[in-house]
Design a binder for this molecule. Structure first.
Ligand code: ATP
Ligand code: MG
Length: 292
């Protein structure tokens, strides 16, 4: 981990009330030069690839990376760049769109359950079950399709969901899943620039969505939903990181650096071989040598 990406700049301390205005979307940790950030990213990609190899060899732990953000914050580009060094065999990406009829007939944690990483794997959630306290909170009419049973404790629905999510994640962590949660924090001005770029640049026209511009009108409601989510679901076992997203090169380098640092030293060794296995390896060697 390098100073420019020190988690203290991004990590939401559990139990603190989050105000997004205290997180600068244009922060670059003192790096003014895009080239340097790209070099750092390359180094971190190599570290990540090595860490993933060991994760795969041990098949004991798994990594779940969760990305949440406003539109055009750079989730897609981040996934494309940060995952370039990974072994595709051990890495899956799942994008969470509006839930299907089948999914709506289940509890909202049923959907992610099916896409969780197996031991040894890395899974990336491009959006996630957190949409249930973001888009659904901004558009409570979406709840009508969910046919919910009311909470007998008279608990606020969102608080209830935070509690469920925290317990869900705690269960996963206890089973060896490392959860890395990122909010890409883009400013309203930069989002506008990126939408304009999608309109102006023919190669980006396909990315433009009128629906995204409509969602932008709910900017303040979204900011509030994000703040409340960060306040209540940043836990000791699965803390949130708010990543500055106005400069794509910084976002990518910071996320790669944080993930590389999180796959901690304890997990960074290949499986240890028992005396018995060692003997079997020697036997196999003898057999191969005797062939020629
Ligand atoms: P991109 O636009 O970059 O391709 P995206 O993640 O914005 O990526 P879209 O297909 O544009 O993908 O949007 C997916 C939509 O599905 C988002 O508007 C999101 O809010 C919505 N969505 C995801 N989960 C839920 C949910 N549980 N309930 C309702 N809507 C959801
Ligand atoms: Mg979209």
């Amino acid at each position: 981990m390098k100073h420019s990406f020190d988690p203290k700049h991004f990590t939401v301390k559990p139990g603190t009330k989050v105000k997004l205005k205290n997180f600068d979307p244009a922060f670059t940790g003192g790096i003014s030069d895009k080239q340097r950030a790209k070099l750092e990213l390359q180094q971190d990609i190599a570290t990540l690839a090595a860490a993933q190899d060991i994760l795969w060899a041990n098949a004991k732990y798994s990594v779940l990376i969760i990305l949440q953000a406003m539109d055009a914050a750079g989730k897609d580009g981040l996934i494309k760049h940060v995952m370039t060094g990974m072994n595709p065999q051990g890495c899956v990406v799942h994008s969470f769109k509006a839930p299907s009829d089948e999914e709506l007939k289940h509890h909202y944690l049923w959907r992610p359950m099916r896409y969780l990483p197996r031991k040894g794997e890395v899974a990336i959630f491009n959006r996630s079950y957190y949409e249930e306290v973001l888009v659904v909170r901004v558009h409570p009419e979406l709840l009508e399709r969910q046919n919910l049973v009311s909470d007998k404790r008279g608990m606020d629905l969102w608080k209830q969901r935070y509690e469920e999510i925290n317990a869900f994640e705690h269960t996963l962590v206890r089973n060896g899943t490392l959860i890395a949660k990122f909010v890409l924090n883009v400013s309203k001005e930069e989002q506008r620039n990126r939408f304009m770029e999608r309109l102006d640049n023919p190669e980006k026209n396909w990315k433009f969505s009128a629906a995204d511009v409509r969602e932008r009108q709910h900017w303040n409601k979204y900011q509030h939903a994000f703040e409340d989510m960060l306040t209540h679901t940043s836990t000791k076992w699965a803390p949130w990181h708010v990543i500055p997203a106005d400069n794509k090169w910084y976002t990518r380098a910071a996320v790669a650096d944080l993930i590389a640092g999180m796959i901690d030293k304890e997990r960074q060794h290949y499986p240890k071989i028992t005396a018995e296995q060692k003997k079997a390896l020697e036997e196999a060697r003898k057999q191969l040598v005797s062939e020629d």
